[in-house]
Ligand binder design. Structure first.
Ligand SMILES: Cc1cc2nc3c(=O)[nH]c(=O)nc-3n(C[C@H](O)[C@H](O)[C@H](O)COP(=O)(O)O)c2cc1C
Length: 183
């Protein structure tokens, strides 16, 4: 048997996102998050699960009610992980670790230029699950971007997306397999 906390690791790997937010003074924050995922198709909703430790991501997302999930590819993964550094509030992690901002399509929060794909969200709701040490930022997805499209779909091989297992253990998104769906 695997103890409860370690059993959470079995729910991995999870896509790694470098989440960007901005506060009312225009200061940009970026931090890596792997407790992220889709919730609903209509309307399109997603979540970022944020530890209740006074994180800038929560504070900034509450201020401007927007965030961007920038998916992380292998070529800038170490820099994205470095962005977990707890820099003085408002100091820009992207600049500190050699990454770049670019204008997003539908939100004022900038995206990460190096990201192969982004998901732009308005903050729909903040949920505090009972007895949880994390809160859920629920995002209404406004649009996405993807630099690697093939047959009108994201090209998962070309993107070389990084996933988080636990601690310092990461994986790349693996090879495609096709299965029949009969039911
Ligand atoms: C690979 C990786 C994944 C992480 N995933 C999460 C996560 O899903 N939720 C979370 O609260 N913190 C996560 N963290 C920790 C945050 O990135 C870290 O606490 C960071 O300092 C938060 O920054 P902020 O205060 O700017 O939001 C992760 C860190 C790394 C390196």
């Amino acid at each position: 048997m695997i103890e409860a906390k370690k059993a959470l690791w079995l729910l991995s790997p999870r896509l790694l996102g470098l989440v960007t937010t901005m506060n009312k003074e225009g200061k940009v924050n970026a931090a890596p998050y792997s407790f992220i995922g889709p919730i609903s198709i209509n309307p399109p909703l997603c979540f970022v699960s944020v530890g209740k430790e006074n994180k800038d991501t929560e504070a900034f997302a509450r201020e401007l009610k927007q965030f961007v999930i920038n998916l992380v590819s292998e070529d800038f993964a170490q820099q994205a992980v470095n962005c977990e550094a707890d820099l003085p509030r408002g100091e820009n992690e992207l600049q500190a670790f050699g990454l770049h901002m670019q204008a997003s399509k539908k939100v004022v929060v900038p995206s990460v230029k190096e990201a192969p794909a982004t998901v732009e969200c308005s903050l729909n709701e903040v949920i505090d699950p009972k007895d949880s040490d994390h809160i859920l930022l629920i995002g209404k997805v406004l649009c996405g971007t993807c630099k690697f499209m093939k047959n009108n779909k994201p090209d998962m091989d070309a993107m070389r997306l990084v996933m988080h297992v636990a601690g310092t253990h990461f994986r790349l998104v693996g090879k495609r397999i096709d299965l029949e769906r009969r039911y």
